[in-house]
Structure formats: C-alpha cells, structure tokens
Write a protein that binds this ligand. Structure first.
Ligand code: 3HC
Ligand code: NAI
Length: 711
C-alpha cells in the first residue's frame, strides 16, 4: 500500500500529532525513554481529542520516538502530588476512542507503556521489542488498567506470571501470548504501524476494546491460576507488599465489572505508592544508575579492553576468569606452578561442567569458551594483555612480588588491578614504576555470579584507569561502586563493625540462631552466622590473628569465634561451625555444643546473659551498620550514601525493598538512629561512637538523601 505524505505536524509538549492520509500519527518524544510524565499525558489526551474531532481521520497510530515505545510512568513523579490527567484516565480515553487505535511498539513497552498499548485496539511489535509489566520490581502494581486489561486479553495465568515476575517478554513471545496482534519485520515500527493502520481502515475494521476481550471466559482455570499464584507468592515473596496486591487486583478482574475492577486497582495501587517498600525499591532503581556516574567516568575515556590476564586460579581467580570469558574476552591465567595451574584451569572448567550438568550449556559451547582460555607459569604470557587482575594470597609480600613481575612484563598502558580484600593498594602501587596504572577491582565470591564490583581508587591512579574499571564492569554485567582505599573499602569495612555488634549481642545473651532469624526476618536471605559458616570460619580467624597485635586492648573482643575455630569447626566445609551440617546438608541445625561454648565464654567474661527481642537485635545491628556507613561517607571512601546502599544491595544481600542501609536510616529517621547509638554508648563507649556526620545531619535536620545530590 502506498504511504501518503504527512501533513505538517502540531506539537503538544512532547507529543506530536500529524495526519498521514487517513491516519493520525501520534508520536511521543520525551527522551531518554518516553516516560509518561504529566506533559506526555496531557499531550496524549489532547492528541486523542484532536483525532476524534478530525472528521476525516479514520484511525490513530501511537508510536514512540527514539529507542523505545514507552518505558512506563515517570518514576520520578511517584510520591509527589498527582497531576491531571492521570494515566488511567489517558488509557481510558484511548480505549474509548471511536476510531481504531494502533500501537506500534519498538524497544521497551514497559509498565504504563504497555498499559497504553493495551488500551489501543490493535498492537504491532517490532522483532526486538520488549514488553512487560515490571511494576512489582518498584513495589507497585500495574496501575493504569494493566491488572484488568492484561488478564482479559491473555488470560489470568500468563498475565499474573508477567506481573509477579516483572520480566520482559520478547516480541515473539508477546505474539504467542496474544499481547500483540502482529510482528513487524524490521525495526521501523512507525512505517509498519502506519501500513497496519491503513490496512485496518481499508478493511473497515472495528474498534476492539481490550476490556471486552474474552480472556476470562474459563472461570475455573482463572480461579485455579489465582489460587496457585497466591500459594506460591506466600512461600516466595518474603514480606514483599505488592505481589499479594497484584493478585488481589487480578482477582477483581475476575469477580467485578471492569469499572469496579479499575477502582479496586486504583485503591491497591495507592496503597503500594504509600508503602515504604515502594520508596526503597525506587531508591534502589535510581541508585544503581547513579553509581555509574563517578567523576572519572565523566572526565576520562576508558582504555582498550580486548584481552585479560588473571594471576591466581583459586576461588577468586577462577571466578573472575569465568566472568571475563562469559563477557567474550580472551583470558590468560598465570599460576605458581604446573600443579596449581592445572587446578586453576580445573576450577574454571568446573563452573562450565556444572552448567552442562544442569542442561544450561552444551559441551560444544564450553569448548568454544575454553578455546579463549590459556594458562602459563610465566608472567611473559601477559606481554600483550590490556588488563591484569591479581587474585593471589592476601599477603602484602606476595602481592608486591606479583606486581613487580607485572611491572616488568606488561605493555605500557596495561591496567594492573588487584582483587585484594583489605590490603593497602596505595602501598602496592607505590612499589612499582607505574602507580598510575594500579587500581583495585574488588570482586565478590562467587565472582562469576555476584554483581558487585568495588572499584577502589588509590591516590596516584589515572582517571582513565578508573574509567576502564567501570567499562569492565559494564562488559561483565556487574554493578560498579567507586570506593576509596581503607581497610575493607566500603563493604568489608562496614561489615566488620556490624559483625562485631552481632558478636556482642551473642555474648550478652542472644544466640547466633536468634540473631540469624532476626536478620532473615528483616529480609536478608541469611544471617551473619550462617554467612560465616558458608564463607569458612578460617578466613576470619586468620585475619583476627594477623590483626591481634594492633587491636585496641581496651576494645571489647568476643572470643567465641576463636573457640569454635580452635576445634577445627570452620562451617559448611567441615560440616560444623555455628551450625551442624550433617553429611551433605546445606541448611544448618543449631548446635548445643556451640551454645555451651558461648555460655563458657560468658562466664569467663563475667557476663550475665539477658534476653533480646528481635526488634532490639535489629536496632543494634542496623545502628552499627549505619554509623560506620556514615563514617565511610564522611571520609569519602564512598562518594555518597547511595554508594553504600548499592554496595550492600549487590554484595551483602541487603533486602532491596529497604533500599540499602542509608536509605533505611532515612526511613527510620536519623534522630532515632543517633539516639539509639547514644543509648548503646552508655554500655560501651569505645564501640559505639556516633559518627560526626550523623551528628551533623541530625543537628541540621537533614538526612542522607540530601547528600546523594552532592556529586
Ligand atoms: N521514569 C523516569 N525515568 C526513567 C524511567 C521511568 N520509567 N525509566 C528509565 N528512566 C531514566 C533512568 O533513570 C535513566 O536516567 P539517567 O540517564 O538520568 O540515569 C534514563 O532513563 C535511561 O535509563 P537506563 O539507563 O535504564 O536505560 P537503558 O536503555 O539501559 O534501559 C529501560 C531502558 C529498559 C526502559 C529501563 O530504563 C527500565 O527498565 N526502565 C524502567 C521501566 C519500568 O520499571 N517501568 C514501569 C514504571 S512504573 C509504571 O509504569 C506504573 C504504571 O503501571 C502506572
Ligand atoms: P585462594 O587461596 O583460593 O587462591 C589464591 C591462588 O593464588 C592460589 O591458587 C595460589 O596458587 C595462587 N598464587 C599464590 N601466589 C601466587 C603467585 N605468586 N603467582 C601466581 N599465583 C599465585 O584465594 P582466594 O580466596 O581466591 O583469594 C585471592 C584474593 O582475592 C585475596 O587477595 C583475597 O583477599 C581476595 N578476595 C577473596 C574473596 C573470597 O571470598 N575468597 C572475596 C574477594 C576478594
């Protein structure tokens, strides 16, 4: 069909209206992602009014300019005073249009973006389009008719699955689900949408309202899907607020007329909006994007990153090698000797063999990946690599010897990175002739899975090396956080402090099992003593022994962990730690002998045990975390409180719906946190010293969020 030439366009804010033959083309152009802010909603409403008023127009086409159709509601507007028209009103206006409305989708049609498309009468998707209702990830439910229209269009079961998982469906799947009517052939959704609209006009096609679709006809199947989702969600969604609200809203689609279902959806949506979980999850959404904006990523261009070297093939070296291989990089591993090199290679292969055993990789794919892997016992193998990550034993002497070799063999401009957990990277950098190339890349175990990458910035490093660290994170699909040099950087430094708070409570009367349960009920997947058992108690024991000479003799030191380690109980790997792990078990059982050890330690320390409520456990645990987080921000180890938040969300299992420890502190209120610390300081003024930053913020009546804008 010939494409008629377009009429001059008229704009209503970010929405443009243009006649092309019989079709009114409505284009949303609101960079970066065409979010449905108030101006877009007004523009869309005006465009539909204009199309209705134009007596010679026969159909309407809605498209997005740029890379996406529409990414959803404007997330920045949540929590602010609502502005008219609301998105549900705009969707209803589209659906009520008396001329066929086509949505031509390319890129993302997410949340409110998909709800706009569902309100249209016909939908076409470009082959690369992504469609979804990801509101659950923000603590919300689809609040513009998604819970009412999607089940009517595609049935309760698939609609619930999309809403509860929040996942994005590809265009092909969307077609098979019935979310869209037609697949485009290429990425020019506008042209294909226009042809589709013209075709509909030529065929005199009727308006086809989703609210009248027949997806709920099989009531029994719909009811069964609701019951199953309810049971599954009760098991899995650990204290999350919005999933059950989604189910309740979808149930409304089944039991109520459309208008009443919409009213129910609105009521439940507003409950979600008011929930602190929504605030926490949206904070996490923006924070994980803000961490990418470090000063060096703005000022410098990353160096080339086409090949990588790894020193050490142990737990971390092998994991980092897998992460690099998975990102498509060729990897060269250097180990001490042939035996260790064979072990390093085997550690890498073990990961892929595990995937093959689970049916998630073919032997051929493994062979293709391993073809990019090479090993050597000579550092000369690194002569041409762009970046080397060192992951050898945590000893300064060993690290310096490795860096001397790297200094000798690596080409000019190669990035020389260390994965040290605690050692002074300035000292490592100062020991070689090119400190400007030395950076910390602190991966977390297992390094091929954990998302966090602390990019540790020593004093002499050049900005483009730091920018290369961020670029590597992007290639590896990790979340980078910029950190300064100190003992433990952001995460492990704060961990050391709240871990001590947990030990103090254990000695004062709470059992490790009580503390772990409280921390799990707060939303963590595991408590601190379970984590110790998983990581291996020997690691912390070695660190404590190393630091024994420099420990403040006045500071409280709980010896329970040492007593446990002295017995050779290092956790899961020895089938015994704080918990008992009978043969093969990964979930521990409480151990009466551990409780007896704790009792003995209490007697030795002259402590009469007292009871702790779960609430007090978490108050102390979080106060210790927040206070050290404030110190880390004050000393510029973290650029902003949000960098601490992202570190804990991605490296330490902090419950995402609470936004991170600093966001949580704002939610509780900083005066309350400070009052707690001052109260605890009455018992132990050495451990509980209020951070000067926390004190200052309370005096100014400010919160941590006010510091997130500062960079
Ligand atoms: N509202 C406001 N800003 C948004 C936004 C939204 N819905 N989606 C993305 N942005 C911003 C980002 O914060 C970022 O801003 P920055 O450049 O200042 O950091 C910018 O747009 C680009 O985003 P990304 O870096 O994420 O770009 P990508 O190209 O990597 O990803 C995307 C694009 C897949 C669309 C991704 O941005 C995304 O998943 N967005 C959120 C989708 C979503 O959750 N939609 C549901 C919203 S809630 C809703 O619609 C409620 C309704 O039911 C009533
Ligand atoms: P590991 O003991 O499992 O592996 C170390 C490897 O380095 C061994 O295979 C050893 O043969 C090799 N090695 C030692 N000296 C070498 C040398 N001179 N040249 C070449 N290879 C040498 O140790 P792991 O756990 O992998 O830790 C490595 C580093 O990563 C340490 O600095 C550690 O602090 C850090 N780290 C460890 C984490 C963990 O959870 N295990 C997490 C984050 C960082």
């Amino acid at each position: 069909m010939a494409t008629p030439s377009p009429s001059p366009s008229t704009s209503n804010g970010p929405v443009t209206f243009q006649r092309q033959g019989d079709v009114c083309v409505v284009t949303i152009d609101n960079p970066p992602v065409n979010a449905l802010g108030v101006d877009v909603r007004r523009g869309l409403a005006a465009a539909i009014d204009a199309a209705e008023a134009d007596s010679s127009a026969k159909a309407v086409l809605i498209v997005g300019a740029g890379r996406n159709f529409i990414a959803g509601a404007d997330i920045r507007e949540f929590g602010q005073a609502p502005q008219q028209p609301s998105l549900p009103e705009v969707c209803l206006k589209i659906e009520n249009c008396t001329k066929p409305v086509v949505a031509a989708i390319h890129g993302a049609a997410l949340g409110g973006g998909l709800e706009i498309a569902l309100s249209a009468h016909y939908r076409l998707a470009a082959p690369t389009a992504k469609l979804g209702l990801p509101e659950v990830a923000l603590g919300l439910l689809p609040g513009s008719g998604g819970t009412q229209r999607a089940p009517r269009l595609i049935g309760v079961k698939p609609a619930l699955e999309l809403m509860l998982s929040g996942r994005h469906a590809g265009a092909k799947e969307a077609l098979s689900l019935g979310l869209v009517d037609r697949l485009g052939n290429d990425a020019d959704a506008r042209a294909e949408g226009l042809a589709y609209a013209q075709e509909l006009v030529a065929a005199n096609a009727p308006v086809r309202r989703t609210r009248e679709a027949a997806g709920l006809a099989d009531k029994d199947a719909a009811r069964a899907a609701l019951d199953a989702a309810r049971a599954d969600t009760a098991k899995k969604s650990r204290g999350l607020f919005s999933p059950m609200k989604i189910i309740e809203a979808v149930e409304g689609a089944l039991t109520l007329p459309f208008d009443e279902g919409m009213a129910l959806e609105r009521k439940l949506f507003l409950q979600c909006i008011d929930s602190p979980q929504r605030a926490g999850l949206i904070h996490a959404f923006f924070a994980e994007r803000e961490v990418l904006k470090a000063p060096e990523t703005r000022s410098a261009t990353p160096r080339a990153l086409t090949s990588a070297g790894i020193v050490g093939g142990g737990t971390m070296g092998a994991g980092i090698a897998v992460a690099m291989l998975d990102a498509g990089l060729p990897v060269t591993m250097v180990e001490r000797d042939d035996t260790q090199l064979a072990r390093g290679r085997a550690n890498v292969e073990k990961v892929y063999d595990g995937l093959i055993a689970k049916g998630r990789m073919t032997p051929e794919a493994k062979a293709a990946v391993m073809a990019r892997f090479s090993g050597s016992t000579s550092y000369d193998a690194f002569a041409n690599v762009d970046i080397v990550v060192e992951a050898v034993f945590e000893e300064m002497g060993v690290k310096k010897a490795v860096f001397a070799e790297l200094d000798r063999v690596c080409k000019k401009g190669a990035v020389l990175a260390t994965n040290t957990s605690y050692l002074d990277i300035d000292e490592i950098a100062a020991s070689i002739s090119r400190p400007q190339d030395v950076v910390g890349l602190h991966f977390f175990s297992p390094a091929n899975i954990m998302k966090l990458l602390e990019i540790v910035v020593p004093a002499k490093v050049s900005a483009d090396v730091v920018a290369t660290g961020f670029e590597l994170a992007k290639k590896l699909k990790k979340v980078p956080v910029r950190a300064g040099v100190c003992d433990g950087f952001i995460g492990n430094r704060i961990l050391a402090v709240y871990r001590q708070a947990a030990d103090h409570m254990m000695e004062d009367g709470a059992s490790p099992y009580d503390i772990d349960a409280a921390v799990r009920n707060f939303g963590y997947p595991m408590g601190p003593f379970q984590v110790s058992d998983l990581a291996g108690g020997d690691i912390g024991w070695a660190t404590r022994k190393r630091k024994a000479a420099t420990r403040d003799p006045q500071a409280r030191y709980v010896q329970v962990a040492d007593r446990i380690c002295e017995r050779g109980w290092f956790g899961q790997k020895t089938q015994r730690g704080y918990y008992l792990y009978p043969e093969g078990a990964r979930t521990g059982q409480p151990d009466p002998e551990v409780l007896a050890i704790i009792d003995t330690e209490r007697v030795r320390a002259g402590i009469t045990p007292r009871t702790f409520t779960e609430e007090e456990i978490m108050r102390r645990y979080m106060a210790a975390m927040i206070n050290e987080g404030a110190n880390v921000v004050l000393q510029r180890i973290a650029l902003r409180p949000l960098d601490v938040d992202v570190t804990f969300l991605y490296g330490y299992g902090f419950p995402r719906h609470r936004g991170g420890p600093m966001k949580y502190a704002d939610t509780v209120g900083l005066p309350k946190v400070l009052a707690d610390i001052r109260e605890f300081a009455k018992e132990d003024p050495i451990f509980w010293k209020p951070s000067p930053l926390l004190v200052e913020l309370v005096e100014r009546g400010a919160d941590f969020a006010s510091l997130n804008q500062s960079e």
